[in-house]
Design a protein around this ligand. Structure first.
Ligand SMILES: C[S@@+](CC[C@H](N)C(=O)[O-])C[C@H]1O[C@@H](n2cnc3c(N)ncnc32)[C@H](O)[C@@H]1O
Length: 510
């Protein structure tokens, strides 16, 4: 039997001289998760693989998994569970919540006074303490102001965390910096478990979203036109260029004037340039400038390097597999339109759209709408209406976007994309019956659209209809068989067949 010192030397040598399969594993995990596992961090990967596979010498299994893509989604999930910390607690960083309560929320509420709607996103929410703290905060601030609709979205890459978040049952340790659990308006005590009351629990939506691989901003994921994004204690192990790319996506996902709150780990890669820096007593927040084109700075220059759009940061540094910005996102004037644009530059759609976009950018929404109304060809009008809906969402004109979508559906009820958007709106508003109906209408239009089955599965999951969820996921999977994993899913807002398949597998394995 090797001596203790021999065993240590053996381990050390394995860490310093990784074999081909370990090298391959490291590259794979880095590109899937955006993490930096080079140098001394490699030891963490080894430890995570050993734990995930439950073997001291996991090389044979690891080789098998690397060779079989169908096993990779579940394994990667277990692995990232080991590599990331899911630790969270209510009202974490009391000073952050003070800045939100005293400085940020009053501004958001003043700005949104005419529409009485607020939309916030906790990105990397772990087991839900952060989004629920936001829901409680808004409830407290708005207690004397009825009629507001606050939508809180919590996303994470780990479906197990999200499941626990949905249950909203917490132990004392989750309240280590607050006594909010003593407040019976918010929590009931069941044995030694504090359970968040349904009124607030139902208020927060949870969804799988890997910030390094998934599509955002998108109305399908509720990540567009946001007032506030919290991104805290998530980027600890991410490569700085990946964190920067995520921040750029957040910039796109915020409405003009929207806010970004970062944790300490994220501040080191804090965005420079495009955001306005707002300093409060102990905190710095980042605000997207309002009142101008959503993507440009004062001199019209692009303030962030177009990381995600180009797919590289600088020569030789490849970004993880993130889809390009969706075609409907407004582009800055000095950046050429991407290859994703399907219409030719001189096509009538593009020319009319340019007029609409100009009016929208100038804030002349009625003029923009008149341009659309004037189009006589029904199909062209409907297509541009949908694009208009998305542009309204980028500007957080949610009520108007909903109205426009309804007009569009009245004129062209057989537009699958419009039905999916409607499902997204209804889901966000908690109207699950309408969301289900819109998904079913989408399926009536095209029974073999994987995205429609997938969206239906998500809605049914929120309704707690387990058997139907399983059926919809199975059908989605069947429709994805044989598709090129890198090709785009129709109506998926940029999601690839491979990623959709992965998400379905994750949901099925729960
Ligand atoms: C320490 S928790 C932070 C929770 C909460 N934001 C807070 O500050 O209390 C980090 C979370 O980020 C999630 N995470 C890590 N990488 C992620 C990614 N690429 N996309 C989405 N979530 C990610 C992890 O699964 C984990 O739940």
């Amino acid at each position: 039997m090797p001596s203790f010192m021999d065993q240590i030397e053996n381990q050390k040598s394995k860490i310093e001289n990784p074999t081909a399969e370990w090298d391959q594993a490291r590259h794979w995990v880095e590109s899937e998760t955006g993490m930096d596992l080079s140098g001394s961090r490699f030891a963490r990967l080894r430890e995570a693989v050993v734990k995930s596979l439950g073997r001291k010498n996991p090389e044979p299994e690891l080789r098998g998994i690397l060779a079989r893509p169908e096993q990779q989604a579940g394994f990667l999930e277990r692995l990232t569970g080991q590599l990331t910390v899911g630790e969270s607690f209510f009202f974490r960083n009391e000073h952050h919540f003070r800045a939100l309560r005293e400085q940020v929320l009053p501004q958001i509420l003043a700005e949104n006074g005419s529409r009485h709607e607020v939309r916030v996103w906790s990105a990397g929410c772990a087991t839900g303490e952060e989004p629920y703290s936001l829901a409680i905060l808004f409830d407290q601030v708005l207690s004397n102001h009825p009629g507001w609709q606050v939508s809180v979205l919590g996303t994470d890459l780990n479906p197990e965390f999200l499941q626990r978040a949905r249950e909203a049952r917490y132990r004392q340790w989750s309240f280590r910096q607050t006594d909010i659990h003593q407040d019976r308006r918010y929590f009931t005590l069941e044995g030694d478990i504090y359970r968040l009351v349904d009124r607030l629990r139902e208020h927060v939506r949870f969804a799988i979203l890997n910030l390094v691989k998934d599509v955002y901003p998108s109305p399908l994921t509720g990540t567009v036109g946001l007032d506030l994004i919290l991104f805290r204690n998530v980027a600890i192990y991410l490569k700085p260029e990946v964190t920067a790319a995520i921040m750029r996506r957040f910039y796109e996902a915020l409405r003009p004037g929207g806010w970004l709150l970062l944790g300490e780990a994220e501040v080191t890669a804090a965005p420079q340039g495009a955001f306005e820096i707002r300093r409060f007593e102990q905190d710095t927040l980042y605000q997207k400038p309002s009142g101008r084109s959503p993507n440009t700075t004062d001199n019209g220059a692009w303030a962030f390097p177009p990381l995600l759009a180009s797919g590289t940061v600088s020569a030789g540094v490849a970004l993880p597999n993130v889809p390009a910005l969706p075609e409907w996102m407004p582009l800055p004037p000095n950046r050429p339109r991407g290859t994703a644009t399907t219409a030719s530059v001189n096509s009538p759609d593009v020319m009319v759209w340019e007029q609409i976009d100009k009016a929208l950018t100038a804030g002349h929404l009625d003029d923009a709408e008149r341009h659309v109304d004037r189009i006589t060809v029904t199909k062209q009008r409907a297509t541009l209406r949908l694009r208009f809906v998305r542009s309204l969402l980028v500007r957080a004109e949610v009520a108007r976007a909903r109205q426009m979508l309804e007009i569009c559906l009245k004129e062209e009820p057989l537009l699958l994309e419009a039905q999916l958007l409607k499902a997204g709106f209804a889901d966000e508003a908690g109207d699950l019956a309408t969301a289900e109906q819109a998904c079913r209408r989408a399926l009536y239009i095209n029974p073999s659209a994987p995205m429609a089955h997938f969206q239906l599965a998500l809605v049914l999951e929120r309704k707690g209809d387990g058997a139907s969820v399983a059926r919809s996921l199975k059908t989605t999977l069947k429709l994805l068989q044989g598709k090129d994993p890198h090709s785009l899913v129709e109506f998926g807002d940029g999601v690839c067949h491979g990623r959709l398949k992965e998400m379905v597998s994750l949901l099925m394995s729960k």
